[in-house]
Design a protein around this ligand. Sequence first.
Ligand code: MEV
Length: 752
Amino acid sequence: MISEPAEASSTSRIPNFFRMPIQARITALHERGLLTDADLRLLESGDHTLKRHVADKMIENVVGVLGLPLGLGLNFLINGRDYVVPLSVEEPSIVAGLSGAARTARLSGGFDAAATDPILIGQVQLVDAADPDRAAETLLAHKQDILDLANSLHLRMVARGGGARDLEVFRHHAPEDGREMTVLHLLVDTRDAMGANLVNGMCEGIAPLVESLTGGKVFLRILSNLTDRALVRASVRIPVENLAAKGFEGAAVRDGIILANDLARVDPYRAATHNKGIMNGVDAVAIATGNDFRAIEAAAHAYAARDGRYRGLTRWTRNSDGDLVGELDMPMKVGTVGGSLETNPTVRINHRLLGSPGATELAGVMGAVGLAQNYAALRALTTAGIQQNHMTLHARSVASAAEVPEGLFERVVEGLIESGEIKVWKARELAEAIGREPRAGAVADDAPTSSACGKVILLGEHAVVYGRSALAAPIPLAVEARISEAREGVHISIPRWGLEQRMPPADRHPDGAPGILATLLRRLELADRAMTIEIVPHVPRAMGLGGSASLAVAVLRALDAHYALGLADEEINAHAFQCEQAAHGRASGVDNTVATYGTPLLYRNRETPAFETVPAARCLPLVIGIGSQASLTAHTVRRVHAAWKDRPARYDAIFDQIESLTHAAVEAMRNGFLDDLGELMNLCHGHLNALQVSTPELEQMVHIARTNGAVGAKLTGGGGGGSIVALAPRARDRVGDALQAAGFETLSFDIE
Ligand code: MEV
C-alpha cells in the first residue's frame, strides 16, 4: 500500500504557470525547490535530452533522437501530498485537462490512491508430461523448492525485500497443436524495478527443475504483461458545487458523467475510446518516467476485458450526499530504478520532480492521473464538447502569444472564440479595442498603471564593453506596474511568474524582483509603508531584453504616481541604475536609460557613460525571437574578455569593425534606409559569430527570420542563449509566425 510521506513536499499550485514563458516556468520550479541547481542548468541549457551516442547503445541502427514535448500536470494532491506530474505527450489539451481536473479534485481533498505489492507474473509453459494433471500437482507440491531455486538466482532482489513469492498452476488444451499444456505462474515481487529481465531470468532458471520434476518439456519461459497482481485503485469525490460549468449546473454535470461512464461499462466501442483517454494521462507519465508504456497499455486493455467483455476501467457514481464519486482500478506495473532511468537525463529530472517515489507510490500517482484524465474528458464531453474545449485552449495560447495584458486576457479569449478568428493579429486587435474602453469597477482597478520599456540591442553588444558604441531600441510596454493600499507590510504580486509574497525583512538581501523592489523602497524611504505592488511583465527574464531595468522603472513610475513623489526622469533613471548595479554588479546603464526614456539611443562608455538619442526617420518593424535557453551574458562576456586578453590586437580589430557598423547603422536609421540597416545587422551578427557567442538555436532563429523576409536578423545581447532581433519592414507577421511555428516565442512591435 502507498505509505504517507514523512513530510509534505512543495506545493504543486503555481498560479498562471501556463501563461509564463518557458524560462520563467523553469525558474518558478527551481524557486519552489522542485528542481536542483543541476536540473535547472540542464533544462536552461537544453542539455537535458538523451544524447545520440547513448541512444546508439540502447537500440539498433540509430540515426537520431526523437523529441516529444514535456509538460507538467499541476495541482495534484494525492493521499494528502502535492505532486507536480511530468507528462510527455504530443496531443494538445491533455496537460491542461489534467491540471484543471486536479484543481477541482483538490478542492475536496484530492485523490486517494493505493497500490498492491508490485508482483510480476512469469509463465513457464510445460508440454509432453505423461500425466498433465499429475504434473500440476507435483509442481504445487514442490512449490518451496521452485521458489528457493528462483530466489537463489537473484539474491540481490531478495535482499531488497523482493523475490519469488508464490506459484500457481493452470491447465490448457492447445487448440491447434492438440497437446495438453500445464502452465506454471511464478509470482515475483520486483520492488522498485519493473522486473522484466529478472522474471524472465527466473523462469529460464527454474525450467530444468520443472522438467525433471514432471518429466515434461518446457517451452515458453517469459513474463506476462497481464499484470493483474500489481493493481492500483484511485478514487476521488467531487461535490456538485465544484462541478458546475458555463451554462451547466453541477448536478447536471454529475449525472452526465455517470451516464457517459455507464455507456463505457456496457459498450466496447465506447469503452475503447474511454480507456484511450485514461491512457492519454497514464502513458504520458510512463514515457516521462522512462517506463514501458506498451506493457502498461497491454495490461490495461487485457484487464478491461477480464470478465469476457471489454469495459471501461472507471466507475462514476453518486454518494448519499449527492457528490460525484469516481474510481479507477487497473494494473500498474512500473519501475523507478534501472532501465532508461539510468540513461536519459530528462527521465532522472522527472523522477526528482515527483519527489523520487518508489514503484508503488508512482503507480498511485499514475492511477490518479488516469482518473483525472477520465474526469476531464467526460466533463468536457458532457458539457461544451471536446472541440469547444480545444478551441478555448487554443484561444488562450494565442492570447498569450499576442502578449495580451493580464487585465484584458479573459475578455480577449472570449472575443477570439466568438469571432471564430483565433489568430494573434485578432487578439492584438481585440486587446487594443478593449484597452480603449473606460475601466470600470473595483478600487484596485482604478489604481493607475505605469509602464516602462525593455531594450533590444540592434548593434554593438560585446564591443560596448571595450569602449565602443551600442545602438539600442526600446521594447514598448515591457512591464506594467501599479500600487494599491494594503493593511500592513509590502506585498509583491507578479502572477505571470507565479510570485506572490511579502517583502522579506530589510536585513535580508533578496535576489531577483524582490531584490530590485527592496532597493527601490529603501532608496525612496518607503520601506515602512503598507502597499501591494502588482507587476505584469510582458518580456521574459534573463533573455537579454532589459526586463529587470524595465521592472525597476515601471515600479518607480507607479510609486511616483501613488505617493505623488514628483520624480523627474533623470532621478528615475538614476534610481533604476542603482537597482541594476545591485542586481547585476556591473551594469552598463543602457537598459535603465532605454527603459526610462523609451527612445532608440546610441550608448558609449569611454571614461564616462554618454547617451545620444537616435530618432528613426521611418518606423522600424521588429520581431524578437526568444529561445529556450537563458542568455549567459556574464559567461560570454568573461569568455570574450579572456580571448581579448590573450590576443588584444586580433579582438580589438573585431570591436572596431562592430563600432563602424554601429555608426553606419545610426546613419541608416536617421535616413530611413531600412534595407541598409538590416544588412548592417547581418554583418554585425557575423562578427558576433567570430566572437563565438552564438548558439545553434540562435542560428536557427536567425535563419528562419532571414528566409521569411527579414532584411536583417542577429542575436541580441550577450548571446550563449537568449534572443534574436529581426528587422522585417515588409514581413513582420510572416517572420513572427514562422518563428512561432518552429516553437519559439516572439514579440513583435514597431519603433516609431
Ligand atoms: C482523446 O484523446 C480522448 C477522448 O476521446 C477520451 C474520451 O472520449 O473519453 C476525449
